[in-house]
Design a protein around this ligand. Structure first.
Ligand code: CUA
Length: 177
């Protein structure tokens, strides 16, 4: 679980739980059908099979509804952090123009818009580790909400091939204490 955040751990645990429930359910079905087949030599009645099928269909729906309701509050776009500051970013061949170019530590909304073609907005922390990245489209404002806790110089690199000078499309900003 090294490197996993809380959300990823929750999702992983939930997936394991659902898989385990599925396997237990499958084994239960196998056990009951085998036992019945052994017990009754005669052909099973259609009515009984129908009832069994309906029961499992209802159980499936119930399980899915319960999972949906239980996980609804965890949907990421319902839990967006409220930003402490906002940075307007213009992406253009071949630069990033940031306004302002310095923000205090905290949650930052990067409102990114391209003047020309599609670009990539790749945010790197002072250790040169990719923190976040979004696609930038012409004339559309895309918001990247990022929690920045480490002060220092952050670098933005274009991560979408956008022309002959794409590799030089770099911007930077400061995060202050
Ligand atoms: Cu902009 Cu590559």
């Amino acid at each position: 679980m090294r490197g996993m955040n809380g959300t990823q751990i929750t999702i992983t645990v939930l997936y394991c739980a659902v898989t385990a429930i599925g396997i237990i359910g499958l084994l239960a079905v196998l056990a009951t059908t085998r036992r019945k087949a052994r017990a009754t030599a005669a052909a099973p009645s259609i009515d009984k099979m129908k009832r069994g099928e309906n029961w499992w269909a209802i159980m499936t729906v119930v399980i899915l509804v319960v999972l949906f309701v239980a996980t609804f509050a965890g949907i990421p776009w319902l839990n967006r952090d409220k930003a402490d500051s906002t940075v307007q970013v213009r992406a253009l061949q071949f630069a990033f123009v940031l306004q302002p170019a310095s923000v205090p530590t905290g949650t930052v909304d990067f409102e990114v818009k391209s003047d020309d073609v599609s670009h990539g907005f790749g945010l790197y922390d002072p250790d040169n580790k990719l923190v976040s990245q979004i696609q930038v489209l012409p004339k559309v404002t895309s918001t990247d909400t990022v929690k920045l806790t480490k002060p220092g110089t952050y670098v933005i690199r274009c991560l979408e091939f956008c022309g002959f000078n794409h590799h030089n499309m770099v911007g930077q900003f400061e995060v202050t204490q």
